[in-house]
Design a protein around this ligand. Structure first.
Ligand SMILES: *Cc1c(COP(=O)(O)O)cnc(C)c1O
Length: 393
């Protein structure tokens, strides 16, 4: 079985491009060009150089000694928290902006919920001197003031989405409308392995540098390329896709996907898509998503804004349906407790998204000789206020 996308844009039964007719030319232009352009040696040279000198790659693979002792296994952390802007998202925005430039685009649009993808997009637009418009729900603009300020400092225009629930899905609708109206000069940077084909595959490829580096680093540190477990949190699924990518066809590597259970999977306040989701279409892709019996998208909930998404990308839906990956749901409380624990035990304050992944150490039993790699997708600075409120710091 293949876990990668097929030539029609599907992972098993998931994926495809379910888009309005008027969006077809834009998506088709991308589909016809993304593999060709990203395979060009000049593209790769520029991408690699920016990842090295601008993002700070390779990010370290850190052996977490105290965690390893406590859990009696070998725990390694892939340090995406050390990327410029504080998380893995910039790996993807660098790749897409280089692609946009080669397609002759001069105007960049994006949508953002918590603002992390907006910041990563505004950053690379500043780097390349391109116009940047970020759509964001009006409510999210109020909730995420520091990221809005960052985007503005970086020269982006933040446009409020005023319709519907005034959150991420409304911002996405606005971005899509913009792209339909500006098909020639505008490129739409999507922030995770979601959206119509070819976005999920393209974003997974840009993020796959994570597992490429893990292989090289494990070979050097442990004398073998493959870990026994690779663990990552899943919102849309891009950091996880990057951490899994080069291990998908290595059956000895157990793949663990961690979703946000919020207040509990049965509480009505959750974002555990694999448990609660049914097959449906979201953002132009057929995948698993949380919906009511009549097909309305359910509002998800998680304390971490990056995991607060009602679907998962089609690759992850397929990894779930085919049982290639094991899915585990972790509550707000478990994640928050790990945020504090990792800070005290290893001196690393994680993003709350990433903290979910660590809770797997309590949920599963590992052998002393197992190599367990956890993707530390981002640092916790952005979450400081949430930590302060939660722990009364
Ligand atoms: C955005 C974000 C996530 C969730 O997005 P994925 O596409 O699932 O990776 C996870 N961790 C951090 C730190 C984030 O900023």
């Amino acid at each position: 079985m293949s876990y990668n996308v097929n030539e029609k844009g599907y992972y098993g039964e998931f994926g495809g491009a379910y888009i309005p007719e008027m969006l077809y030319p834009n998506v088709e232009e991308l589909r016809q060009n993304y593999l060709k352009i990203t395979a060009e040696p000049e593209f790769q040279t520029e991408f690699d150089a920016l990842l090295k000198d601008y993002v700070g790659r390779p990010t370290p693979l850190y052996f977490a000694k105290r965690l390893s002792e406590q859990y009696n296994t070998k725990v390694y952390l892939k340090r995406e928290d050390l990327c410029h802007t504080g998380a893995h998202k910039v790996n993807n925005t660098i790749g897409q902006i280089l692609l946009a430039k080669r397609l002759g685009k001069t105007r960049i649009i994006a949508e953002t919920g918590a603002g992390q993808h907006g910041v990563a997009t505004a950053t690379v637009c500043a780097l390349m001197g391109l116009e940047c418009i970020v759509y964001m729900g009006e409510i999210d603009i109020k909730r995420q003031a520091p990221n809005v300020a960052r985007m503005k400092m970086l020269g982006a225009e933040v446009r409020p989405a005023l319709s519907g629930s005034k959150t991420l899905k409304d911002a996405t609708n606005e971005a899509i409308r913009d792209w339909i109206n500006n098909p020639v000069d505008t490129y739409y940077i999507i922030g995770s392995v979601v959206g119509p084909h070819p976005y999920p595959d393209m974003v997974a490829r840009f993020q796959s540098v994570i597992s490429k580096e893990i292989k090289e680093q494990l070979l050097e540190k442990e004398g073998r390329e493959n870990p026994d477990y690779v663990i990552a949190c899943v919102g849309g699924g891009s950091n996880a896709a990057g951490a899994y990518y080069h291990f998908l066809d290595e059956p000895s590597v157990n793949i663990i996907a961690v979703e946000a259970a919020g207040l509990g999977v049965d509480s009505g306040e959750s974002a555990a898509t694999s448990v609660l989701g049914k097959v449906g279409v979201i953002h132009g892709s057929k995948t698993l998503l949380m919906q009511s019996v009549d097909g309305q998208i359910t509002e998800p909930y998680s304390i971490s804004a990056g995991l607060d998404y009602p679907g998962v990308g089609p690759m992850h839906a397929h990894l779930f349906a085919s049982k290639r990956a094991q899915f585990i749901s972790i509550t707000d409380q478990q994640a928050m407790d790990w945020g504090l624990k990792l800070s005290k035990m290893e001196g690393l304050i994680p993003a709350i998204e990433s903290a979910h992944a660590f809770a797997v150490l309590d949920e599963m039993k590992f052998k002393p000789e197992d190599i367990v790699v956890i993707n530390l997708s981002g640092r916790g600075d952005k979450d400081l206020n949430t930590y302060i409120d939660y722990f009364k710091l």
